[in-house]
Design a protein around this ligand. Structure first.
Ligand SMILES: N[C@@H](CCC(=O)N[C@@H](CS)C(=O)NCC(=O)O)C(=O)O
Length: 231
């Protein structure tokens, strides 16, 4: 039987409340998904700030939990069968917390609709918006060749159109408010940080605009956005 103390990450980021879910994260779109989910469910948790610097995400302690050197990652000391569970990849974490809490995943058809849109975010919206950010705001912004920038602007527009169409008659992407919304909406918020809203024609997607505002108006979302507190 293992305990939290058996996880090397707990020596670099010690737990004050070892009985609570331990979150290792930073408030980026991928990190925020999990902070928001923890706030929405009310599950007790302890956040640890892991920066994106190599000294944190590439430290042996962090890699021992997530060999992919990316936040978010989490340990539930009370995982399946009462054993501690280490888990990473934000989509997997959202599904785990949804199953554990019995919230925001649904059952039957609703469950699969939620998983479908969650995977759409994980495989499409997140990676494509991330590349867009790289080429318009971050390391790739000075590259003269316009093709990478155009490629990701066009792909972002395409994805926003898909979401705009889906939201016709829907308040939330899978019908009920779900982990799919908690995955998608933080990435919509990244467009502001990238200074890319005009580039992708944000105003041309009124249902997406209203959806994002609806999401941001939730008190748990507001609390979860800065988890862990990065100051
Ligand atoms: N597919 C992963 C992506 C996570 C991810 O890209 N995390 C970024 C911050 S948003 C990160 O930790 N980057 C640090 C690095 O790549 O060194 C997930 O959804 O959890």
């Amino acid at each position: 039987m293992s305990t939290l103390a058996d996880f090397p990450i707990a020596s670099k980021w010690p737990a004050s409340h070892p009985d609570r879910i331990q979150l290792y994260s930073y408030p980026t779109p991928n990190g925020r998904k999990v902070g928001i989910m923890l706030e929405e469910t009310g599950l007790p948790y302890e956040p640890h700030l892991v920066t994106l610097k190599d000294a944190d995400v590439k430290s042996p302690e962090f890699l021992s939990l997530n060999p992919n050197n990316k936040i978010p990652a989490l340990i539930d000391p009370d995982g399946p069968g009462g054993e501690p569970l280490g888990i990473w990849e934000s989509g997997a974490i959202l599904m785990y917390l949804a199953e554990k809490s019995g919230q925001f995943l649904g059952t039957g058809t609703q469950r699969w609709e939620t998983i479908t849109w969650l995977q759409w975010q994980m495989g499409g919206l997140g990676p494509m918006f991330g590349q867009l950010g790289f080429f318009v705001k971050l390391g790739g912004k000075d590259i003269e060749d316009p093709r990478p920038r155009e490629r990701y602007i066009n792909e972002a527009k395409r994805l926003l159109s898909v979401l705009e169409t889906k939201l016709e008659g829907y308040e939330w992407v899978a019908g009920e408010y779900s982990i799919a919304d908690m995955a998608i909406a933080p990435w919509l918020g990244a467009l502001e940080f990238y200074g890319a809203k005009d580039m992708v024609g944000w105003a041309d997607y009124p249902r997406v605009n209203a959806y994002f505002d609806r999401f941001m108006a939730r008190p748990a979302v507001q609390r979860g956005l800065n988890v862990p507190d990065a100051g």
